[in-house]
Design a protein around this ligand. Sequence first.
Ligand code: GLY
Length: 600
Amino acid sequence: MAMYFGCFRARSTFFVWLLLLLQPFSLLKAQQVSDGFAPESGSSPSSQAANTKGDSSSQVAQEFMVVAAHPEASRAGYEVLAKGGNAIDAMVAVQTVLGLVEPQSSGLGGGAFLLYYDARQGRLTTFDGRETAPQQVPDDIFLGPDQTPMQFFDAVVGGRSVGTPGTVKLLSDVHARFGSQNWGALLAPAIGLASDGFTVTPRLANAVAKDADFLQRDTETSNYFFPEGRPIKEGQTLTNLPYAKTLGLLAKKGGDAFYEEENARLISRKVMSSANPGYLSVKDFADYRIIEREAVCSAYHQYEVCGMGPPSSGAISVNQTLGILASFSLQGKAPEAASTWQLVAEASRLAFADRGLYLADPEFVSPPEGLLAPGYLLKRAALITKGKAAAQVSPGQPSQDSVHYVEGVSPSQASTTHFVIVDRQGNIVSMTSTIENGFGSRLMVNGFLLNNELTDFSFAAKNENGLIANRVQPGKRPRSSMAPTIVFKRTIDKKRAPFLALGSPGGSRIINYVANSLIRILDWDYSLQQAFNAPHIVNRFGVMDLESGSTAEQLASDFKQMGYETNVRGLNSGLHGIKFDENGMIGAADRRREGLVMGR
Ligand code: GLY
């Protein structure tokens, strides 16, 4: 199995190694507090409704294509591509429109990970636009007076949870390097929609209604989502003049203006003066950097599956799951049988156990060597008993000198969005973007919401067994589950050709939504849309989550017989992707959300 790890530069790992050496695995748990929370509320009023949509969520094109979570965003990207812009140009237009029309999921106040494939050079690279913890942050920021972890929403709502936003710098730095169109012109679609108004979708209206309490704590947020005290409604035309003004400033002065005096001071003041104050300072903005990292890639059958390395756990966990399953030849197994999904579930549990213990910001904590080594994954696969739930799943020891951290406690709830763009030259953007929880911290500044990304850290820095890898530290990036992915197929002349690009929102279940879609496509030859439509069956820490209203519910008794606790629930993915074949590009959008495929 080929592996390409990014530049894991550990800053302060030595003392951590000493402190954490030989922690007893029996005391460790892989589950985060966050993972107990439901994914983002306020998807379409019901996934059943989304499931009755026609097949318009799938489309074929030859020249270029864009798939995003909102029709206005797809349209903005399409127009840029149609006028000769490239995938990076379209990315700027798509993201700035999403920040307006899908404000609960991503935006100027958040962070993102980008996979970018440069077709001319045949080169894949990744950009880390993750938020950073403020320099002044204390390590007990999410502990209450009794030194126990705070309730999730006590931590989330207000300035406490806000990290330095990375999305604007990601857009502007990458555009400066690869873009071909005028930066300011790419912001025009979002400025136009913000000034003239856009139509509120059912998903946004539903999300606002469900979050009324938190959204009305901040005056600017409340005035925007509850004009005259009433929640915005589906079908209503909504303008956002402060958003238009902010983008107007960025159009004129460039993306770096976001990180400079006036804007930085305004955000910092808001964070520090909110009812639940945080620590973000003007200096945090001045210090913020985008980090280019090598993609993390692993072989799976004749494919190479590439994604985002730490601080995201996405690619390592997806590729561990697939690598463990390589021992079980899923191609020959009944696709939707309980016996097959039991193997996937156990592979996922093993991957989540390693994730919980080892993965964090690589600038602070180096992941151990060998997490994706074939020999290690073979050993992990040997722990799986067919037809039987493991009573307990523990992290492994991928290398002799594996550092043993202790498992953290970190709530993470899904907001987040994923989009994919392919331009005429064949360049590919696969980007997952987030403000963390639905509506982030609920603090609004100049027409956009601020993230609550710091709650993706462990709430506690240590426990009785030692320090936690994903603990809060100044300047550190919280661990993510976002898994923007590009899959290559090896050609006869041993070159690699893009085969597929996809990703999803969904909190830590992103890993499962992506891995399970890859299994359905790469092992069972499902079309992209079939893979996205298929019922979700997710197991991270032992409980078998089965998508309500789907055929997965019928497997509950089989799973119970195997020893699993089952939980029938909504599983709110937002898978968006593009697949390449001899007919061109085939795009697909998850019917559980409101996305649109557009191409030519
Ligand atoms: N905040 C979602 C994630 O980064 O996984």
